[in-house]
Ligand binder design. Structure first.
Ligand SMILES: [Fe+2]
Ligand SMILES: [Fe+2]
Length: 267
């Protein structure tokens, strides 16, 4: 089974400079077109937040129209740029959103549990897993402590060295770590928010950050706390579930050509 991860499309309307700079809507359309054309095609896709740029009803309407072009079922999570109420107004018909007041739910297939968490704090760039959300997570994990489980969430629970973004990172990491520590079956934590492909470790578990389908955050590992975005190529991730572990591939969303191919037998 392949799980596609798309993150941070930041769908913006025409009044926003990000739409002019990056064509966020066109970039997400291209990512979905690329995903639709993959062989084998992913079984599901997960979108890890910052679905839209400012959280308006108009932006969510654009997002909804774009998502209709997907031939892969896409499960949505929210980030700091999202507005939970506006999101729920537009996507209230999604059956998987009925489980919790937050945008949190469990998807289970092929002996893999995928848990989406909601780290949004209204009006703030930082993220949090409050006591209520952590209790929900603990309860869900306790249901099946032996089934391999992947957590999806917008804010990664790691410091990345990009200091401007780390200051907008996940708060109460110790509370999350205490829950994670109780469950050996958590094999992977997949995130967004940083707009770059980054790998780290949290509580002994692999953390993978997926780049944005739109713009990248500039890589600045100095102490300058500079925040800028670039036009580096847009990417998404394909997580291959082998039945035991996840293998993550980063792929560009723009089309590419095969330039060489072996003809004849391999060896
Ligand atoms: Fe973002
Ligand atoms: Fe974010």
């Amino acid at each position: 089974m392949i799980i596609a991860q798309l993150s941070d499309p930041h769908i913006a309307d025409l009044a926003c400079e990000f739409q002019g700079l990056y064509d966020t809507a066109g970039k997400l359309r291209l990512a979905i077109e690329t995903m639709n054309g993959l062989s084998p095609r992913p079984t599901i896709a997960v979108m890890t937040g910052d679905l839209v740029n400012t959280g308006t009803a108009g932006e969510y309407a654009i997002l909804k129209e774009i998502l209709e072009s997907s031939e892969v079922p896409i499960y949505l999570g929210i980030g700091n740029h999202d507005n939970r109420e506006e999101f729920l107004k537009q996507f209230s018909d999604l059956a998987y959103l009925k489980d919790d007041d937050f945008i949190q739910y469990v998807v289970e297939m092929e002996n893999l549990r995928m848990i989406m968490l909601d780290t949004n704090i209204p009006g703030k760039p930082q993220g949090i897993l409050c006591e209520e959300r952590l209790k929900w997570l603990d309860d869900k994990l306790a249901e099946k402590p032996d089934t391999p489980t992947v957590i999806f969430m917008h804010h990664p629970p790691i410091e990345t060295g990009i200091q401007a973004m780390d200051e907008m990172g996940l708060m109460n990491k110790p509370g999350f770590e205490a829950v994670v520590a109780k469950y050996d079956n958590i094999i992977h934590i997949c995130c967004g928010h940083l707009h770059r492909n980054i790998t780290g470790v949290f509580g002994g578990r692999r953390v993978q950050v997926c780049a944005s389908t739109s713009h990248k955050v500039m890589l600045d590992l100095t102490d300058n706390k500079r925040l800028a975005t670039t036009n580096e190529p847009s990417e998404m991730q394909l997580h291959l579930w082998t039945g035991k572990t996840l293998i993550t591939h980063n792929i560009f969303t723009a089309p590419h050509d095969i330039m060489w191919e072996l003809e004849g037998d391999l060896y």
